[in-house]
Design a protein around this ligand. Structure first.
Ligand code: ADP
Ligand code: MG
Length: 239
């Protein structure tokens, strides 16, 4: 299996600057960030076979270098619990992808384990012209992120203390620490993901932007899982 350096090199040598979800997720899983398991299917029947191996329910998502915002174009199908749903969803995803751009290169469909819902947060990385590699935390992920912009930033590399502060600075922390009898969330696993993201940004100066969006966070001691990952490169910073 390719290591992260090889994945990045091969994306750049393909003339691409944006990694697909499968490539980004190989990098996050290698770092030890809990990430949903997936396999790639080239036909509806193969998707069914993968789901039977992986266990139902599953999620299907388009795998195409031209489609990086998959939901916007009807290319994500969640919580598919049987063979029929998988076959129909597979065909619908391909149809929607073709409608979006008839010349989209379609490498197949990602079949992914369905993660049970949790509090949605975002961890990001970005290059700032003044500060260099930075780490971002968004305390309210999902549909709230655009509207509420509940984010905090630090220059990488960060310490564990910085990571904790980043979480506490957001409004989402009120929910994460547990309000109105709700159990507290597993902030330790967010700290761990922030530290690993900081390390990745330091190791790869060519990463221009990284989005782990969303990460589902569960109750304390129950962990967190990254369900979508996107990495964008700047080839001019590639050594
Ligand atoms: P997009 O390219 O549109 O950002 P995502 O992969 O983030 O696509 O999927 C859209 C939404 O579907 C996510 O924000 C999340 O709420 C949900 N989702 C995606 N993957 C999974 C999964 N494996 N398990 C459960 N929910 C998921
Ligand atoms: Mg996403």
């Amino acid at each position: 299996m390719k290591d992260s350096r090889e994945i990045i090199n091969s994306v750049l040598s393909d003339g691409r600057t944006e990694l697909m979800e499968n490539e980004s997720k190989l990098i996050t899983s290698k770092l030890g960030i809990p990430t949903t398991k997936f396999e790639i299917a080239k036909s509806p029947e193969e998707a069914v076979r993968i789901a039977e191996r992986m266990g139902f329910p599953v999620v299907l998502k388009i795998l195409s270098p031209q489609i990086l915002h998959k939901t916007d174009v009807g290319c994500v199908k969640l919580n598919l619990a049987n063979e029929n749903d998988i076959i129909e969803s597979y065909e619908e995803i391909i149809k929607n992808a073709r409608n979006y751009t008839s010349d989209a290169e379609i490498y197949g469909v990602i079949v992914e384990e369905f993660a049970k819902p949790g509090h949605e947060v975002i961890v990001g990385g970005l290059y700032d012209p003044q500060f260099g590699q930075c780490v971002m935390f968004g305390g309210l992920g999902g549909i709230f992120v655009e509207v509420l912009k509940d984010v905090s930033f630090r220059v990488a590399p960060i310490t564990e203390y910085d990571a904790l502060e980043m979480i506490e600075e957001t409004k989402g922390y009120l929910i994460l620490k547990g309000i109105r009898g709700q159990p507290p969330a597993d902030t330790d696993s967010i700290v761990d993901i922030l530290l690993k993201t900081s390390q990745l940004m330091m190791d790869f100066p060519e990463i221009d932007q990284l989005d782990l969006n969303p990460i589902f966070v569960y109750e304390k001691r129950n962990g967190a899982i990254c369900v979508d990952a996107r990495i964008i490169l700047n080839p001019t910073r590639h050594e």
